[in-house]
Design a protein around this ligand. Structure first.
Ligand SMILES: *[C@@H]1O[C@H](CO)[C@@H](O)[C@H](O)[C@H]1NC(C)=O
Ligand SMILES: *[C@@H]1O[C@H](CO)[C@@H](O)[C@H](O)[C@H]1NC(C)=O
Ligand SMILES: *[C@@H]1O[C@H](CO)[C@@H](O)[C@H](O)[C@H]1NC(C)=O
Ligand SMILES: *[C@@H]1O[C@H](CO)[C@@H](O)[C@H](O)[C@H]1NC(C)=O
Ligand SMILES: *[C@@H]1O[C@H](CO)[C@@H](O)[C@H](O)[C@H]1NC(C)=O
Ligand SMILES: *[C@@H]1O[C@H](CO)[C@@H](O)[C@H](O)[C@H]1NC(C)=O
Length: 672
């Protein structure tokens, strides 16, 4: 579809003071599955939906079902779920050394080091899918102990290693791992298959493709000729049209791949020397400025391949992926089974992010237990097409006695699995109309961005300042996204409450009036020309005035604006007071991972990790609120003045091509 223009795949990292910035013209994309995967099947998004709704009925456990009690033998004795007393989350990881991805996950020092940061509410149970389960458990424990050595030792008490292979567990775990099979980055067995005239059988080895966001080339489903190119540290004229067989070391992965690209190779296979693990091939720093468009992968040195090449025999290679059980399953802090999504590259950080989300979700459930007057607007209603989801509801009497309004929103999928979820990230907006003839019919009350193919998003957004928009006993709510998006099932409860402000209850302030200010638009050289100063006087008996804005940057010009560039948004009050909102994490490599603790959906099937212009995939857009009372003339006689402007890199935007856009709703809120 047109919104996925995957054209020039330039991206680069700007390293600025510990911030890795991934600045690109088109990073907003879902991450493709490997060429062998089932991803080619969907022909249209509707077709997928129909297929999934009528898909095969499974009688087994599904995400959301309660995890049944179980016991597993471990190297330290026995692991019992649920543990007495404390109820945290649990992630079960099934290892197999048949996977190059898992070998790297367990072999990489930085990946193992990340396990140290496992949230305190989480435990991990490690099992093995293979006959070598005893050795695997000992080895996994050794890897972890080595990594943790001088650090937070406490984490070790929350990591459990079972020597019992998955097929012998005798509980529900095998059936969930097998029936929740998955495709994508962290499951399936990616392999290289070598053939040679003299061999009776092909030689199949595990492989790990280069980092998903570095090399854009994909292995085709065909046989390639394999040509030895030494260590690949200089170009080689013989590899044109073939896959280059290159040893690790001497120069960087980038140098090898770049040399082979210059030599017109069709792909690169880097092999690890005996005893060395498969590594996650990636570019570093400035290397990432150079776009390369050929596929590459890492494998172990296969002696028969090297020998055949040395004797001048023709060796061919093709690439395949064999389905595997799921390697991960989670149990949240409420005891419900959960998928843990995609690991885009081999690091235990993805386990941490999922566990952080479980912790967030537990906190959210607790917050939802607090007293509030709840009005249900949508209860798992289909949101799709031009219409979106629409409902008219009655509001509680005495609305103005509440000073708090929260939107309790969740976006789930047509089925229980993530695979039934919409593939793309889209902006979702909630509009409210309480007075069909008034100026505030269909004003935006909330904004969210959908996750790439994960159905766990649930958020509580404080929109209290907008209570005055609900100035009628009946209001119509419309929630929608772009009409071509795949369907989401939305739930929305309005939660009205009175904040329990400490101190004198007489001092409690209630929003009683809002005035709409500016909206966004195309972020080009004319962006700021349309904004005229707004003059206003403060209504009598106003005690506080607040600026309230919901701003997000989208689209992609040559600087990645507005999604992946740093834009700033200025509200200048009475020509003196400058209130600025800067989206400085836009374009950073891990910007949105920092927001999992606030509810950003982790481990999505797309580039959710990068920071964005005021938003993250799978998260609500937080309103920006600033008290401006003391910068205003409050007498009501004099008028005040306010103007907005938005900048890129401190200047008016001036894109050469395909300008991005800003979505903004902004208000003055008056309290008494
Ligand atoms: C992803 O898949 C789509 C559809 O199969 C294809 O058009 C596109 O080129 C792929 N992108 C990459 C980066 O492989
Ligand atoms: C995993 O496999 C690789 C090669 O296939 C081997 O070198 C390594 O020792 C294995 N690791 C374990 C834990 O079995
Ligand atoms: C290798 O591939 C070529 C053509 O792609 C084919 O002619 C040849 O028979 C193949 N050799 C082997 C051993 O598969
Ligand atoms: C690679 O291909 C280009 C264009 O076909 C050609 O000009 C160049 O000489 C080739 N380079 C090598 C090393 O074969
Ligand atoms: C407000 O706080 C007090 C004491 O902390 C508590 O007794 C009361 O129930 C709270 N009221 C509400 C509405 O939460
Ligand atoms: C407001 O602040 C921004 C950044 O701090 C600055 O670029 C801009 O010039 C300021 N505007 C005024 C009118 O002071």
């Amino acid at each position: 579809m047109s919104f996925v223009s995957l054209k020039t795949l330039m991206f680069w990292f700007l390293v600025t003071a510990h911030v890795i910035r991934v600045d690109t013209s088109r990073l907003r994309r879902r991450v493709n599955l490997t060429e062998e995967d089932e991803d080619r099947a969907p022909s249209g998004e509707d077709a997928v939906y129909v297929k999934l709704k009528s898909g095969p009925k499974t009688s087994g456990l599904e995400p959301g079902d309660t995890a049944v009690t179980f016991k597993v033998h471990t190297l330290d004795g026995e692991f019992v779920y649920p543990a007495e007393g404390l109820r945290g989350s649990l992630i079960i990881h099934a290892f197999t050394n048949k996977s190059g991805f898992l070998e790297c996950l367990w072999g990489s020092e930085s990946s193992l080091a990340d396990l140290v940061h496992l949230p305190e509410s989480a435990q991990v149970l490690f099992v093995s899918l293979d006959d070598s389960a005893v050795d695997d458990a000992l080895w996994m424990r050794e890897q972890v102990h080595r990594a943790v050595m001088h650090r937070k030792k406490e984490v070790l008490s929350r990591l459990h290693f079972s020597p019992v292979p998955v097929f012998a567990l005798g509980n529900w775990i095998p059936s969930v791992l097998y029936s929740w099979g998955c495709t994508g980055h962290n499951c399936g067995l990616s392999q290289a298959a070598f053939t040679c005239e003299g061999w009776s059988m092909p030689v199949i080895v595990k492989r790990l493709d280069a980092r998903y966001d570095w090399l854009m080339g994909r292995w085709a489903q065909r046989s390639y000729e394999l040509i030895d190119a030494g260590d690949g540290c200089k170009p080689s004229f013989s590899v044109a049209g073939a896959v280059a067989w290159v040893s690790e070391g001497t120069c960087s992965f980038f140098t090898k791949v770049q040399n082979m690209a210059k030599s017109n190779a069709s792909g690169v296979l880097v092999y690890a020397f005996p005893g060395n693990p498969i590594q996650d091939m990636n570019c570093i720093g400035d290397e990432c400025f150079t776009p390369l468009s050929l596929p590459a992968a890492m494998v172990h040195l296969e002696p028969s391949v090297s020998q055949a090449l040395r004797f001048g025999q023709q060796v061919n290679v093709s690439f395949q992926s064999t389905p595997s059980p799921n390697f991960f399953v989670g149990i949240d802090q409420q005891g419900a089974l959960a998928e843990v999504g995609w690991f885009l590259y081999p690091t235990f950080s993805f386990i941490n992010w999922q566990a952080q989300w479980f912790h967030f979700y537990h906190g959210l459930q607790t917050r939802l237990q607090t007293a509030a007057q709840v009005v249900c607007v949508f209860d798992k209603v289909l949101m799709q097409g031009d219409k979106g989801a629409v409902a008219t509801v009655e509001l509680p009497i005495g609305m103005l006695d509440f000073d708090t309004l929260e939107l309790d929103t969740s976006l789930s999928c047509p089925g229980s699995r993530d695979s039934t979820c919409a593939h793309w990230d889209h902006t979702v907006q909630l509009f409210v109309c309480c007075d069909y003839l008034g100026p505030y019919c269909n004003v935006e009350l909330g904004r969210w961005i959908t996750a790439f193919r994960r159905g766990i998003g649930h958020w509580l957004t404080d929109v209290s300042p907008l209570i005055p928009l609900l100035n009628n006993n009946k209001c119509t709510f419309t929630m929608k996204t772009v009409p071509w998006a795949m369907p989401w099932m939305v739930s929305l409860n309005l939660r009205f409450s009175s904040s329990n402000q400490t101190g004198d209850p007489v001092e409690k302030l209630y929003p009683f009036q809002v005035t709409s200010l500016y909206s966004g638009g195309t972020f080009d050289k004319n962006y700021n020309m349309k904004y005229q100063p707004i003059k206003f006087s403060v209504p009598a008996s106003t005690k506080k005035v607040e600026l309230y804005a919901v701003i997000t940057g989208h689209g992609s010009d040559e600087n990645g604006c507005g999604e992946f560039c740093v834009t700033s948004h200025h509200f200048l009050i009475n020509s003196i007071f400058n209130h600025t909102r800067i989206f400085d994490s836009a374009g950073t490599a891990l910007g949105c991972t920092l927001r999992v603790k606030e509810g950003a959906v982790p481990n999505e099937h797309g580039t959710w990790l990068y920071g964005r212009g005021g938003w993250c995939d799978g998260l609500q857009v937080n309103p920006w609120r600033t008290d401006i009372t003391r910068q205003l003339d409050m007498t009501g006689y004099e008028s005040n003045m306010l103007v907005y402007f938005g900048l890129y890199d401190g200047r008016d935007p001036s894109p050469a091509q395909e300008p991005g856009y800003i979505i903004m709703s902004s208000f003055l809120v008056f309290y008494k």
